[in-house]
Design a protein around this ligand. Structure first.
Ligand SMILES: [Zn+2]
Length: 287
């Protein structure tokens, strides 16, 4: 039997990688390593390796944790790569897609700052950073840093603290975003999201910090690749498309205050639950 499970790139990097991964086995995410960019592949020599959850046992390397939950499946080949200080693991597998009928037909996703996202189904994903707790901590730590002598031991120590808080903040944000985008793309057939011009918003100073915090771009990116993964369709709609105010049967537009739970069309007399009417409109957008 062939016991050889490593490929050239990995073998060449040898023990350094082994130590590197071992030391990080308890970390939720792969740490930055400035040298050695690129990727390498690990083969199991045809033997199926079970994958699933947030841990995976790689041949020769051992257990590593992943940031995002992996699908429960098996594979024979992994590719490990590094981009901008982040490590990625990739592999191919076969997956049965959830039946379209098991999904909610359509949903509109509104991204926010105070909350991460609000769905047209009234589901809300909270923004764990909204209370500014981390921001205050960071400001305090940065103030303390500025009082220390540059280059001194205390300065370097404080600098590390600031860096750790930065890292923690982005971890919290990324984690919440992953949870939300997975739930959304897994459970809805058509996902409608505003096609905001984030670049334009970023050039506006005051908005920039808030937008950066709310992480709109990352949310859309994740939603795009995850909807592919779960066999859903993502639709980028005009931000002001009035899905709640439009009659799904005749297209008539009328005012719909939030308190109004039924859409009673003043034109064709259709009467529908507010959310079902909005859903139907969004579904049409997807078709
Ligand atoms: Zn109507």
């Amino acid at each position: 039997m062939c016991q050889k499970i490593t490929e050239f790139a990995f073998e060449n990097l040898g023990d350094a990688y082994k130590r590197f991964f071992k030391g990080l086995a308890d970390y939720p995410n792969f740490k930055k390593r400035s040298k050695s960019q690129g990727s390498f592949t690990i083969n199991s020599g045809g033997k199926a390796i079970t994958v699933g959850g947030t841990r995976v046992k790689l041949p020769t390397i051992g257990w590593v944790r992943t940031y995002e939950g992996l699908p429960h499946t098996s594979t024979t080949k992994f590719t490990i790569s590094e981009r901008a200080g982040n490590w990625y693991i990739s592999f191919t597998f076969e997956q049965e897609l959830p039946l379209p009928s098991a999904k909610i037909p359509a949903v509109r996703v509104d991204l926010g700052i105070k909350v991460l996202a609000t769905l047209s189904t009234a589901v809300v994903f909270e923004n764990p950073l909204a209370r500014d707790k981390m921001k205050k901590k960071l400001a305090k730590q940065s103030r303390q840093l500025s009082k220390k002598n540059r280059g001194s031991k205390r300065y370097l120590k404080q600098k590390l603290r600031v860096a750790k808080t930065h890292k923690r903040t982005s971890d919290i944000r990324l984690d919440a975003t992953h949870k939300a985008t997975t739930t959304i793309s897994k459970n809805h057939a058509h996902i409608v999201i505003e096609s905001l011009n984030v670049k334009g918003m970023m050039s506006n100073h005051k908005l920039a910090a808030a937008v950066g915090d709310a992480n709109f771009y990352e949310f859309r990116r994740q939603l795009s690749y995850k909807s592919k993964k779960f066999g859903s369709e993502i639709i980028f709609a005009h931000p002001f498309y009035p899905s709640s105010k439009t009659c799904s049967s005749c297209g008539h537009i009328q005012d719909m205050p939030l308190s109004m739970r039924r859409f009673d069309c003043q034109s064709c007399k259709t009467s529908l639950d507010r959310d079902s009417n909005a859903s139907k409109n969004l579904e049409k957008l997807g078709l």
